[in-house]
Design a protein around this ligand. Structure first.
Ligand code: CMC
Length: 392
């Protein structure tokens, strides 16, 4: 038969061809359809990047307007879906709620689940991008016991999300445009990242031809883990636990200790071994947001900056090529905006949805696509005879 290689963690196995995202981990380069992430974060905005990821080119003004209006027209959730939220314990983690509710979409949208029909694939894609902020915001509102805030179609994607999270009945809520811009940038910086664990999960789940909404729910489940999307929550909680700069050496020492499972959250990356280009933009954004909000001397930001400097001056981290990743600074911005840490990973999930869908569409549309089926090295018992229970 075929010879196969053993590659735990797939550190050297390509599972697909793709034209969507390019990463050069050595150079710290991230390109979407050829465009560098820092230019996109600076000059573009999330829905335009969604278009780019989904269709391969930057849209014309008319194409963008049409795309934005299609997304906007799908932001509502079916009223019956509210029952799903209400089935959860009120203190459920919003990621648990999102996994469940997005999975439940597979039971609602029968007209967009035939993966062989390009039109249905398109509708499923638009529905997911449009509804994910609504679902994330409602998961949040439910867990804090506030009434759901319905989407508004006359404001932009990021503002709409902020409003659904923070508006309360009988009170005026004006979206701060500076925060909306920072929110949009966080979405943009997380939009896609080639074959990471959650994207590979979506591809593997979809390779059997499974329902697209269920496959995205699988991606959300994978993203939740602290080694992946859960790192942003874990990172901010770690910075808060450190609390003051004088405690940094203690935590650095723990991270270096082989007998201590503690890791510096927000540090290290499987692919980036020099720097994470998203972290650069995120750090700048954190400075801007705190500045514009008039939050000076934010203790968490101070700990973050000192911790980064201390780690970068330590040979343990430089030799192992451990640098701050995208999640190191995103939490500081989100916290300043008023989000609890439990919402950090849901925000990552809603941002990454377009990446999952773009990769799904690419895979489903590829005629050479095969079901994903990794092999194994069997290390268990060899053939032996069954032993009756009284003889064991
Ligand atoms: N703190 C301390 N030591 C670390 C860290 C860290 N954050 N990350 C890796 N190491 C050490 C690790 O102990 C190992 O040491 P040794 O070779 O002596 O055994 C070496 O560095 C290589 O680590 P690895 O786990 O084999 O590397 P990996 O490529 O499998 O893991 C990673 C990558 C991101 C999972 C890991 O660096 C990590 O756990 N970081 C903290 C969690 C985190 O911030 N994750 C977010 C990643 S970016 C956003 C996303 O993808 O969702």
């Amino acid at each position: 038969g075929k010879v196969f290689t053993y590659d735990p963690g797939f550190t050297s196995t390509a599972a697909c061809e793709s034209t969507i995202t390019f990463i050069d981990g050595g150079k710290g380069e991230l390109l979407h359809r050829g465009y560098p992430i820092d230019q996109l974060a600076e000059k573009s905005h999330y829905l335009e990047v969604c278009y780019l990821l989904l269709y391969g080119e930057l849209p014309s003004a008319a194409q963008l307007e049409d795309f934005e209006s299609r997304v906007t027209n799908h932001t509502m959730l079916h009223e019956q879906m509210m029952n799903f939220f209400r089935g959860f314990r009120r203190d459920a983690h919003p990621m648990a709620v999102m996994t469940g509710v997005v999975g439940a979409m597979s039971a609602f949208y029968h007209d967009s689940t035939d993966i062989h029909d390009p039109w249905q694939r398109e509708v499923a894609s638009i529905r997911l991008i449009a509804k994910m902020p609504t679902i994330a915001a409602m998961a949040y509102k439910y867990t804090i016991g506030q009434p759901f805030v319905y989407p508004r179609n006359d404001i932009d994607y990021a503002s709409n999300f902020l409003r659904m999270c923070f508006a309360v009945p009988a009170e005026d809520y004006q979206v701060n445009p500076i925060l909306a811009r920072a929110m949009d940038r966080i979405f943009t910086l997380h939009a896609d990242h080639e074959q990471n664990a959650s994207t590979s999960t979506v591809r593997l789940a979809s390779s059997s031809g499974a329902n697209p909404f269920a496959c995205i729910a699988a991606g959300i489940a994978c993203l939740w883990g602290p080694a992946h999307g859960g790192a942003n929550q874990a990172c901010l909680e770690m910075l808060q636990e450190i609390g003051t700069v004088d405690r940094i050496p203690e935590f650095i020492a723990r991270a270096k200790d082989k007998d201590d499972p503690f890791r510096l959250m927000g540090f290290g990356h499987r692919v980036y071994k020099n720097f994470d280009p998203r972290a650069k933009v995120m750090k700048q954004s954190a400075d801007e947001v705190l500045d514009l909000l008039g939050i000076e001397n934010n203790p968490t930001l101070q700990v973050a900056k000192e911790l980064e400097a201390a780690a970068l001056a330590d040979p343990y981290f430089t030799e192992k090529k451990l640098f701050p990743n995208v999640d190191f600074y995103s939490g500081i911005i989100l916290e300043a905006m008023g989000f609890p840490t439990s919402m950090f990973t849901p925000i990552f999930a809603l941002s990454r949805t377009v990446g999952w869908i773009s990769q799904w569409k690419e895979m489903i549309g590829d005629p050479t696509m095969k079901i994903g089926r990794p092999r194994q090295l069997y290390t268990g018992e060899t053939l032996r005879d069954y032993v009756d229970i009284e003889d064991r």
